[in-house]
Design a binder for this molecule. Structure first.
Ligand code: AP5
Length: 194
């Protein structure tokens, strides 16, 4: 199994690049944002609790997202690997993920961190908010709150994996194809040394 974390702030292109990467490398895409939005659209109690936090740009509690990831890992025993998008977002989540993967005799192969300036992030998300229907994209103050959450709680996740030499920084500005090509090169490099 080869497992990847696609890491980066809101709007850095994780979802866009994930779609292309899972096709190329045959991985299972696990996006906690997508899983939460699915709960919201089905109006489950979990979804309703999550929505109030997501609408404010705040993180959902660790135990909620870790539980969702645990179920998703168990539901996909035969995959070539997982591509984690938007997870882990706190140190507690990264520690929980490492334990869950260890139980399955696997681990994170590489963390690909997309680097995009804050003004570009805000521009992309406001632009997407014109058509996406995502309530957390329509208001600039909520977008900035998401970026603050990222800086305060999520950037440390990269430090956690950097101690094991697993983090590769990738320029996240430029064309989607150019960024995709750089991501593919890094994955191929890492895959060739395991
Ligand atoms: P989530 O759904 O994970 O959203 P996010 O991290 O805020 O990321 P986005 O989906 O907004 O951006 P992205 O990096 O995927 O970029 P994208 O490719 O879409 O999380 C939403 C909320 O759920 C969180 O705020 C939190 O409340 C909760 N949540 C989720 N996971 C959680 C967790 N683990 N723990 C706790 N809470 C959690 O691109 C963005 C836009 O830019 C698109 O319009 C795209 O077309 C465009 N774009 C992409 N690439 C380029 C490019 N190269 N040039 C120009 N435009 C581009």
């Amino acid at each position: 199994m080869f497992n990847i974390i696609l890491f980066g702030p809101p709007g850095s292109g994780k979802g866009t690049q994930s779609e292309k990467l899972i096709e190329t490398f045959g991985l299972k895409h696990l996006s906690t944002g997508d899983l939460l939005r699915s709960e919201i659209s089905r109006e489950t109690p979990l979804g309703m609790e999550a929505k109030s936090l997501m609408d404010k740009g705040q993180l959902v509690p660790d135990e909620v997202v870790v539980g969702m990831i645990h179920s998703a890992l168990d539901a996909n025993p035969e995959v070539k690997g997982f591509l984690f998008d938007g997870f882990p977002r706190t140190t507690a989540q990264s520690e929980a993920l490492d334990k869950l993967l260890k139980l399955k005799n696997t681990a994170i192969g590489v963390v690909l961190a997309l680097d995009v300036s804050e003004e570009e992030l805000v521009k992309r998300l406001l632009n997407r908010g014109l058509t996406s229907g995502r309530s957390d994209d329509t208001n600039e103050s909520v977008i900035r709150a998401r970026i603050v959450e990222y800086k305060e709680k999520t950037t440390v996740v990269a430090n956690h994996y950097a101690q094991f030499d697993k983090v590769v920084n990738i320029k996240g500005e430029g064309s989607v194809e150019e960024i995709f090509s750089n991501l593919c090169s890094e994955i191929n490099n890492r895959m060739s040394i395991i």
